[in-house]
Design a binder for this molecule. Structure first.
Ligand SMILES: [Zn+2]
Length: 283
C-alpha cells in the first residue's frame, strides 16, 4: 500500500513497509531498514552500511540500541542547548559508538556551533555563555572517526564506497536558534552550496512536504531545499529536526530519511534507520 505525499511521486509508506528499496535508473541500489535493528547482520557484498540517527538532545546514553555499520550519521541536535557540558556528554556517546567513521552535523539546538551568531543567540536560552570555539572543539577534535560537516563535503574512501557526502546545519528560522536563516533568498543561497556530485546529503531540517509535518499537521520543511534536491538528485537525503516525521519515503531518485530519535515529547522513541548502499558504478 503506497501513500501519496504532497508532490505525488513519493511511494514508500513507512508504516506499511519496514524495508524500503530503491533501484535507480543508473543501477545504484539502496536498501533501507526503517527499524535498523531488523537489518540482517550481513550486508550485501560490496555495499556500505550507514546507520542514521538525529535529534538525540542529550536524552540517550550508551544503553540505547545503535546497530553496527560502516558509517554512522547524526543529522544534528545532539544537545539541548549546546552547552559545554552537553556537548561533552554527546561527544562521549559518539566516541563510544563502534562505527569506524561518524559523520555529524549540528542542529538548531547546538547553539555553540554557530560561532557567527552565538553572541546574539545565547541570551534567552542560557544563563551564561560558554566559549563557543572551545565547546565546538570538544566534538571536532575528539577523534574516534568523528567528522564534523558544516557546509562541507566529505569524500569517503574507496573502501567505504567512495561516496560524496555533504552536510549542512541550516534550517528556516524559528525561535532564534542556531543556523536559522530566513526563508527565500537567504536559504536559497545556502542550498546553492550543495555540490552537484553529492551522493548523500545530510541537513538538519527536511525539505518541504517530505516527512516534515509537526503533530498539529503543519508542513514545516524548506521549499528551497526541495528545489535544490530536485537539481542535485542525491541518492539519499538524511535529516531530522521535525521529530514527528521519523521514517522513510522515496521518489525514483532519492531516498528521504527522517532519522529523529526522540519523539515530539523529547522522549527516545524511534529506532536508528539503517541503509545499505551499493558500490558506485563508475560512469
Ligand atoms: Zn532541530
Amino acid at each position: 500500500m503506497a501513500s501519496s505525499a504532497q508532490d505525488g511521486n513519493l511511494v514508500a509508506d513507512p508504516a506499511a513497509h519496514r524495508v524500503v528499496t530503491l533501484e535507480r535508473p543508473d543501477g545504484q541500489h539502496i536498501i533501507v531498514y526503517v527499524d535498523g535493528s531488523q537489518a540482517p547482520a550481513v550486508k550485501p557484498s560490496g555495499y556500505t552500511r550507514f546507520v542514521c540517527m538525529s535529534d538525540t538532545h542529550n536524552a540517550i546514553n550508551a544503553s540505547y540500541p545503535v546497530p553496527d555499520g560502516d558509517i554512522f550519521i547524526h543529522a544534528g541536535d545532539l544537545t539541548s542547548c549546546g552547552t559545554s557540558r552537553q556537548v561533552k556528554q554527546a561527544t562521549e556517546w559518539l566516541v563510544s559508538l563502534s562505527h569506524p567513521k561518524k559523520l555529524v552535523i549540528a542542529g538548531n539546538h547546538d547553539l555553540a556551533f554557530d560561532l557567527e551568531t552565538y553572541d546574539q543567540r545565547w541570551r534567552g536560552k542560557l544563563r551564561e555563555p560558554d566559549d563557543p570555539v572551545a565547546v565546538k572543539r570538544q566534538l571536532t577534535e575528539a577523534g574516534a572517526g568523528i567528522v564534523y560537516l558544516e557546509e562541507t563535503l566529505a569524500n569517503l574512501d574507496a573502501s567505504e564506497g567512495g561516496w560524496h557526502v555533504f552536510g549542512s546545519p541550516w534550517q528556516p528560522a524559528f525561535g532564534g536558534w542556531a543556523f536559522n536563516g530566513e526563508r527565500g533568498a537567504f536559504m536559497k543561497d545556502r542550498w546553492r552550496r550543495i555540490p552537484e556530485q553529492t551522493d548523500i546529503l545530510i541537513t538538519h531540517g527536511p525539505p518541504r512536504g517530505i516527512l516534515d509535518r509537526v503533530f498539529i499537521g503543519e508542513s514545516c520543511g524548506c521549499d528551497d531545499l526541495l528545489a535544490r534536491i530536485k537539481q542535485v538528485r542525491p541518492l539519499v537525503h538524511v535529516f531530522g529536526h521535525i521529530h514527528e516525521g521519523h521514517g522513510v519515503l522515496t521518489d525514483e531518485h532519492t531516498v528521504f530519511i527522517n532519522a529523529s530519535t526522540l519523539n515530539h515529547k523529547y522522549r527516545p522513541a524511534h529506532p536508528a534507520i539503517v541503509f545499505d548502499l551499493g558500490r558506485k558504478t563508475e560512469t
